[in-house]
Design a protein around this ligand. Structure first.
Ligand code: NAD
Length: 340
């Protein structure tokens, strides 16, 4: 099947081409992201393959449908960038990669957490400059600290296991659909959001971004948190009101911030902008704090994850081509319960 593949980097092309030896699809790689201005590039392709920051909005989807696209295959788990209702109206099916390596994201979350706690980012620069002083590098034992996990799905549970079984932390969880394994097997305890906010030393986000939880971490939520709390977001940028977090960092209510995602990341991430003048003053302010670490949406970026993403994506396209039921299809959501 002819597939227009958007937002591709050399590593995407290599892994997709390797996985395609089993499928024989005609992959047409585009480096450019998908948006209304680039959607026409997919004309004549029944399948379009996209990534996290591609914009499958109503306008884009109408252009794709007019060009003959019937399938959108996401090379990721989150699907907040696809208007599922409009896709359904236009008869476009949407598939994603439900599981690739939840370990990749959970382990990266722990890396951010401990880097911030033990100031590894600062020590790295110091020792390279022969500065072996310890002032300003003191951390805390994680043992006996309370970690609040928002979203106890695949990634949240692995993160919980590492923090509970590995570090000896107390685990609080919040989930719209609580999972008994979090309490029965991982030793966690479900709480309301205000309880989790007020009792956690570390808060880590592992839920999808939905219209209901946009800016879940806002001024009111931050005000309920323990002074000096560490906040980690490896889920989606829109879960966090960045301006509110900057205010929290300035007032020291937030003691450390680890981000792999950022609400305006689509204008910045996955590109080398080191010779450019960044026009986004919010991210520049954020990166000026010594207690903030940001990575550019790389939590998923392990060999295992990229390999599985490529194989699953192409297998879904093959299922579609052969008229089989789509194992990884996403349908428009039913109404979700209100956030407590
Ligand atoms: P999952 O579907 O297994 O788990 C998500 C959990 O969140 C579920 O238990 C669900 O019930 C819960 N949830 C849904 N809405 C919620 C809400 N409003 N409040 C609290 N909980 C809610 O998904 P996963 O594989 O664990 O992935 C979690 C998220 O991680 C994805 O949605 C994606 O946004 C993000 N992610 C990031 C990267 C990265 O590279 N940074 C990679 C993969 C996934």
């Amino acid at each position: 099947m002819k597939v227009a593949v958007f937002s591709t980097k050399p590593y995407d092309r290599q892994f997709l081409a390797d996985a395609n030896t089993e499928h024989g699809h005609e992959l047409i790689f585009h480096e450019t992201p998908l948006n209304p201005a680039t959607a026409a590039l997919a004309a004549g392709c029944p399948a379009v393959c996209i990534f996290v920051n591609d914009e499958a909005t109503a306008d884009t989807l109408k252009i794709l449908a007019a060009g003959g696209t019937q399938l959108i295959a996401l090379r990721c788990t989150g699907f907040n960038n696809v208007d599922l209702n409009v896709a359904t109206e236009l008869g476009i099916k949407v598939v994603r990669v439900t599981v690739y390596s939840p370990y990749s994201v959970a382990e990266h979350t722990v890396a951010l957490l401990q880097c911030l706690n033990r100031k590894i980012h600062r020590a790295y620069n110091r020792t390279r400059d022969s500065n072996f002083a310890l002032d300003g590098l003191m951390g805390v034992d994680l043992h006996d600290r309370t970690v609040g996990i928002i979203g106890t799905g695949k990634i949240g549970q692995i993160f919980a296991k590492i923090m509970g079984h590995g570090f000896g932390c107390h685990l609080l969880g919040y989930d719209l659909y609580p999972n008994p394994a979090f309490e029965n097997e991982l030793g966690g305890k479900y709480a309301t959001l205000p309880e989790l906010f007020s009792q956690s030393d570390v808060i880590s986000l592992h839920c999808p971004l939905t219209p209901e939880n946009h800016y879940l971490i806002n001024e009111a939520a931050i005000a309920q948190m323990k002074p000096g709390v560490m906040l980690i977001n490896t889920s989606r940028g829109g879960l966090v009101d960045t301006e509110a977090v900057i205010a929290g960092l300035r007032s020291k209510q937030i003691g450390a911030l680890g981000l792999d995602v950022y609400e305006q990341e689509s204008d910045l991430f996955f590109e080398d902008l080191s010779c450019e003048i960044i026009q986004d003053d919010v991210i520049e302010r954020l990166l000026s704090f010594p207690n903030v670490i940001m990575t550019g949406h790389q939590a998923f970026f392990t060999q295992e994850a990229i390999g599985t993403i490529s194989k699953t994506t192409l297998a879904s396209i093959t299922e579609f081509e052969q008229g089989k039921p789509l194992s990884n299809e996403i349908k428009p959501p039913k109404k979700v319960p209100a956030i407590v």
